[in-house]
Design a protein around this ligand. Sequence first.
Ligand code: ADP
Length: 542
Amino acid sequence: MQGLMMDVPLLITDLIRFAERNHGDTEIVSKTVEGGLHRYTYREAHARARRLAKVLHALGVKLGDRVGTLAWNGYRHYELYYAISGIGAVINTINPRLFPDQITYISNHAENQVLCFDLSFMPLVEKLAPQLKSVKHYVLLTDRAHMPAQTSIPKLKCYEDLMDQQDDRFEWPSFDERTAAALCYTSGTTGNPKGVLFGHRSTVLHAYGAALPDALNLSALDAVLPVVPMFHANAWSLPYACTMVGAKMVFPGPHLDGKSVYELIEQEKVTLSAGVPTVWLMLLQHLAANKVKFSTLKRTVIGGSACPPAMIRTFQDDYGVTVFHAWGMTEMSPLGTVGSLKTKQAQLPKDQRYAVQAKQGRGIFGVEMKIVDEGGKELPWDGKAFGDLLVKGPWIASGYMKSEGGDPLKDGWFPTGDVATIDAEGYLQITDRSKDVIKSGGEWISSIDLENIAVAHPAIQEAAVIGVKHPKWDERPLVVAVKKAGQEVTRDELLKFYEGKIAKWWMPDDVVFVPELPHTATGKLSKLTLRQQLKDYRLPGA
Ligand code: ADP
């Protein structure tokens, strides 16, 4: 119809153009691999991204080509985010913590033409280069002074040298908003990793969703530190959403230990941070051991795996930091739900409020959810019925790169592989990944609930609960726990701690203490590895 609104494509470069124009002086601060602290502004970042676009063109990168990165959170990685997508190519952020064989598989599958990597990954890339079939150019993300004197990497290029050869007079091209912009492989606990392709339109819409007040509540008043890596589901969209609102960004580089993260938060007056529970465990340990507090941090987003209620309590009661428990997955760009309160919940007594916050949160507009039983019948939102969680929306994957694994959709809905309840207020609670559910006598026991109780015990540092074979019940829960340094607790004491907190038949059958638990490349508990490690374990009396 005539007179309708303009049909302007939603492109990622518009975010950084807007940031330069409106927040030109706002800073992006990075701890670097080389050891220093780098600071510049959105204005300079945009100029460098334009310069980088010319570098990429000079290297022969064209619309639709893939460019791989093996890099920490930092300003050069940020420039790559904008320049690669900005010229219509696709940035493939590879998780360097994956097994070398998986990295090779991913780069070959993505057919990366160029591979850009941080100094930390020189030895890794030297080892892998002979197998990276598609890569024509290797670019080390550093300056001339840090270039290695010798290397087996063919024709290794220096990022800053390439940048020096170009100027920043460049106009971003316009193209279809449905063009692919970024590519991230899911860890694929079984089989090969699968590529999730994010588009310009989905990325911009997701950034709007993420910035909403009841989602991450981002604004130009914030200083945001993404601890979550830029190779883990686009650092949960923060490099886009922060740019959209003009928030200051603070990148930790490879320095993710509790002390470094704490010092950076204090020094750069960070107001919001985001990461998986494991990194917060390290930070909280540092705070407790050194008896220090935060002076500016107000909010922290915790997700990627279930945030134990004990962690929410510690952050809020001891440090005055509000926790936003979030749930999502790479296939969802990644945000699905965020645990922000509504008026009704905000007025609840503290314990009940904390119980709401321990759930994974409410859907953001743009994410439709439903839970279904084994026959595919939709279940009620009553907080009790639990079933397979399906999602739908403009930033949710419709399939995988090169149609790997076939069509995942069920009647247009994406099956998350998670099992959940949703209550009448719309709060989602993940009880398990479907493959981690413990099936006892035909009923399901939530491993997440049992883990949350274990870590609420003062002597427990971390815990995983897995189902182990049982002759009568099929499976029974086993707690595998790590004690806090210098703390003692026995098997029986820990089991006693469960009494009164769960239904009797949920009571774990046994506890095994271990010095540490295995984690995946994204810092989550690896139950697959744990089950392998404990394959010879037998329950008492089984
Ligand atoms: P990976 O498989 O590499 O970990 P994702 O980061 O995409 O890939 O993982 C998504 C999965 O992580 C979800 O399907 C869910 O099982 C789990 N998850 C994410 N956030 C939470 C959360 N807050 N609570 C429980 N599980 C979560």
